[in-house]
Every structure is written in structure tokens, then in C-alpha cells.
Design a protein around this ligand. Sequence first.
Ligand code: URA
Length: 455
Amino acid sequence: MLYDDLPKRRRRSSPQPILPTVNAAHIIARKRDGLPLTDEEITWFLDGFVRQEVADYQMSALAMAILLRGMDDRETATLTRRMLESGVTLSWPESAGCYVDKHSTGGVGDKISLVLAPLLACCELRVPMISGRGLGATGGTLDKLESIPGFRTDLSLEEIRRLTDTVGCVITGASEELAPADRKLYALRDVTATVESIPLITASIMSKKLAEGLDALVLDVKHGSGAFMKTLEDARRLARSLASVGARMGVKTTALVSDMNQPTGRMAGNAVEVNEALETLAGAGPEDVRELTLALGAELLVAANRAQSRDEARTRLSAELDSGNALQKFRQMVHAQGGNLDAPRPVAPQSVILAEQSGYVAAIDAGRLGAAIVELGGGRKKVGDMVDHSVGLEMRVRRGDAIEAGQPLVRIFAKPADAEGIRAAVRQAIAIGDSPPQPLPLIVERIDGADPPIA
Ligand code: URA
């Protein structure tokens, strides 16, 4: 549950702080009492936290007050700006073109970044994509790319600048210098039960993304069993908050709310997802991977004035996939980042789970499938765990499919003893019913950050 939902207590009035006399306890009390903080208060608090003049326990108390009382878009944008300005930001020459990126809130089988970054670079956009690692059930783009022998995800800021302008795209990890306040605050949120707050999540995500010095950003906010946001309503609220903060900070920002009630595509894991991304880059690949890539890419082409309409943008993007140009650009990016796409990417031995009954695939618990991959070693239980790139799952059925007893449901890539250990959990993640479930759209909603908020 998100705690912004809690009913607001009757608001007690607090005296307005006058800035030289402002102090941390006073600001915490104002937020505790449900009052909006001024830009000066947020700036004073956050900057003091970064300089270690505001103590960690005071920052934790403010985070809890924000989680319980929420923040409006203005407060959230100010918090985001202070977090962003706590570190270096990338800047680009005015004349050099249009810099864009995509952020996904994460899911199982989500390999869209691998396809989208080179595809956008084929359309003369520049993509300095800073991505994350997997933690828990959702996979991480960097882990997937590291299944390519030699691929470096620790580019320096100078390398990011150079390769973005020569190749057109990079995908790399965040350097220590980008938004250090987020790292410091996230470490506190993690141990004080204050992660699940929409304003804090928004400031955390947007401070890192906007440090890339972007002209336009598209957000893929997922809802469902394999997503960070389990309910559609929470995903919508996060999408609105992210898009509105992006627009307030002068970056053209739109968000798509998309379905994560089953893995994206057929493959989930690391090396197997790179293989599926390569198929998509070559103009084939699963329908949903291609569709989501085109929809997100079209947002950016229109925002960057490279297309008049989303339909025109899709035509251009489709042509770059079908011609093999996007695959060529991916090869170029991998090579520039030290990787060898022709070297073998080991995939573990296969075994199959068969359907025990006929019927329809009524539901898929993508979170449970993601957890099974973590159990195989394909993801992390805690920060710093080693990842086995060779393990994963292939979904042989999708939600709503009619199936016959004995038909393959899932292929497991793992050593036989490890595969045995997750078979029951994988089987339970796929519910078979007598009738087909209501179809769920892949893309539920589009939100433009520049649109007025819904009352
Ligand atoms: N991802 C982030 O980067 N930050 C959060 O707070 C939550 C998810």
C-alpha cells in the first residue's frame, strides 16, 4: 500500500519558519502536520543532509513524514532538483542534437532498453542511457548486457559523453558523481520502511534520469504481478507524478502505463533476454516486445520533432528494425563498450514443465517467476550478490492461451538439480482455468507531463 492514501489528519497550523532561524525539527513538524514545505525549506533540508549538517535520523524522520503526508508536484520537483544538483549533470553542446532517454519502473523479461537505445540512435537521436541492476524479482538492464563477454557498464562521464556523440547511444551504470543525494537517501529509506512513497520514488528516479541533461524522456510505468506497482491505480499515480515533475523541470516527458501481469516477451533471464532483444532488433521477436518498443520510441521521436505524429514515428522506427539498421547500431554500441557479440553467451541446460490439465491460462504471477529466476542465481537477493547470466525461463504460453494437458508451459534454463528446486513455484505461478480471462491491454494509458493534473 502507498501511504499517501492515508486519510489526512486535521491540519494543525504551524508558525511559518523564517529562514535564518529554520531548523530541521521545525520542518519535519510542518510536514508531519500535513503542511506543504516551501522551496526554501526543502532546499535547506536536502542541502544540509548532503553536507552532513542535517543528521541521518532527521532525514529519516522527514522521509517518514513525506511517506505519511505526501508532497504536491511543486514540492516533489524542488526535492528532485536539489537531489539532481547534489552531483554533476551531463551537459551537451546546443547544436549537437536532441538527447533523449527512456526509464522503466522494471519488470520480468523487460529487455526494451536493449532494443530502444540503438533504435533511437538510428533516428538521429542521442541516447545517454544510465541504467540499473536487478534487485529482487525484476531484472536489470546492466546484468543482461554483462552476459555479453567484455561488455563494460562502468563508463566514465567522459566516455559517456564521447560515445553518445560518436555512436549515438550508450547503456551504462550510474557513476558515483551523479545524484549522490539519492544514493545517500535511498540507503536510509531502505532501512526505515520509507521506500513506498510516490514523491520519494519520483525524486529518486527523476534526479538520476534528469542528470543526463535530456531534452525528452519517456517513462514506462508498469502495473501488475511482476511490477513494483502492483495496482493500476498506484502505477497511474506514479506515472502522473514522474511525468509532471519532468515537465516542471523543462524536459518534455510522457509516460505509458503498461502491463506486467506476465513477462514481457518469451524470455526472462540475462543471456536469453539478450538473444531475444537481438531477434527484435533484427525485425522479428515477440509481438509485445516490438509493440512496446515502437510505442515508447514514437513518444520520443514526436517530442524531439523527428516526426509529426506517433503514426509517422512508428513507420520510421519499424523501418529501422526491419532493415537491420538497429541491429547494426547495437553491434556498434556493444563494440564501443568493449563487448564481443560474436563470443558465446552461455545458456544453461534446458528442461520443460508440461501442463497437467487442459484449459486456459487464467493468470500468470510474473513476480513469482522473477523470484524463481533469482533463486536460480539469475538475480540478486541482496546488493552485491553475483549473478549467473546463463539461467532463465522461456514462457511457452501467454495469458489467455487455450492449452492441452501435456503441452509445454515453460522451459527452464538451469542445471537439472537447480531446475528441480523451482519447478513447483513456476508451476504454481501459472493458473489454469476453465474459461479465458479478460484480456488486458499492453498499454493502458498515456500521460503527458504538460497536461493539467486530473482533479
Ligand atoms: N527506483 C529508484 O531508482 N528509486 C526508488 O525510490 C524506487 C525505485
